[in-house]
Design a binder for this molecule. Sequence first.
Ligand SMILES: Cc1ncc(COP(=O)(O)O)c(C=O)c1O
Length: 511
Amino acid sequence: MDSRNTHLQRKCYGHYDGAVAQVSQAIAPVIPLDRRASAPLHRQIYEGFRAAIVRNELRARQRVPSSRELASELGVSRIPVLNAYAQLLAEGYFESCVGAGTYISAALPDLLVPDRPSALPTPGSPSGLRPISRRSALFPRFEPSARHGKLGAFGVHQPAFDHFPFGLWSKLVLRHSRSPRVTVIHRIDPMGHEPLREAICEYLRTARAVQCDPGQVMIVSGSQQALDLCARVLFDPGSPVWIEEPGYWLARNAFLGAGCTLVPVPVDREGIDVAAGIKLSRKARAAHVTPSHQYPLGVTMSASRRMQLLNWAQRAGSWILEDDYDSEYRYESQPVASLQGLDQNARVIYIGTFSKVLFPSLRLGYLVCPRDLTERFAAVRFSTDIFPPYLNQAVLSDFMREGHFARHIRRMRLLYKERRTALVESLGKELGSVLEIHGREAGMHLAVTLPDRFQDAEICKRAEAKGLWLWPLSPSYFTAPARQGFILGFGSTTSAEVSHAVHRLREVMGT
Ligand SMILES: Cc1ncc(COP(=O)(O)O)c(C=O)c1O
């Protein structure tokens, strides 16, 4: 700022100390300058800022460009800009903070509050006809619940964040962002980064007995995108699709959004009840299943059910979407081979994710599609989001190739086993007579079911009020919930925290 304004500069306020670091970089508002207008340029600049503040386009504490930057952007000399800034400072629209620049004032002058608020139209307020597509209306409402994104004792999709090797990860990020080869950052492939596809393919063949080559592996932004792509490639509006009951609500959402008719098929101690599914809808277009560790009940699908499911799919000409979301962690036995690996007829689309094994906001996963479908999957992918972002793929491919992935899984398996055991023991001690535990053999969560006198949603509300974020079981049912209970994540709950958390659970249950 010009020295004429120094008397208007203030020392940074206490509240600014934190805020300054967070304000966005200075971006100039749109100021239409008319050199033939009778109003001088400094007045037009002044009016431009004032109008942008009144319209709320510029907000309190937002940084404004330096006079030099704005003059260059508007193609004028600095003089009119300096004059306009001096006026805006004098009238209290701007304030400047020594060493940190000029900002829209935190306390704007009274004249900005209109006498008759209704006289000013609220910018952007919806009016008139506003049609939206029938297709978008098929998706269930987006209602973020209080517990989403909350960290806490029983958080369901929370790995042990503090055990992830972020130091190593950041070195790999640096390696790939410092001087990437142009050929790599320019490449466009809807299937994803080839070295990562090769690394995933090797991992899946070895650890999950998946039959694949890298040409069948598509990198996706988490399982959710894989489910959406499957729905786009395989389903038509009205296609009947078997879903597990209870099951994964976000898979349901993807299929509902594609206009499918959901066919809830009960899950018993062996997994999805194939005979019941055949009775309900013999010719369903597909079945969505979580055979390694059923979500949410944690059942492992038995060998005979696997064979029944594959036989049904072949006879009916149907697809199987195998969602192998947390197969990396089994505690009591060897990993169970994938359904895809048993399939002789290329009927299975295999889906996996790094959300659980690395961290959820990475948004990276994969699907393995039958060879004859790769062209359709690539075509749909290319026309929707073209291809996945490069950097994290390159980092993850090195993370896998250099052995860090396998090491991380081995370490986490031991840690989660210990956490799981602590949770099971604690539940047994405090609530053993009330609840039944399901699915403790694998994964990062277990399910507990309650006698009918308990209402899980009510208990969760009471728990929320006390800062305990519990996931009720009942919303996992598409139809009327057959059982009440909770889904209890243990990935980020240390063994030391668990007994306190279970004690609080007992308190909110009132037992
Ligand atoms: C059954 C199931 N599939 C997939 C996922 C992961 O989805 P995404 O990869 O979209 O984070 C979850 C939750 O973590 C899940 O419960």
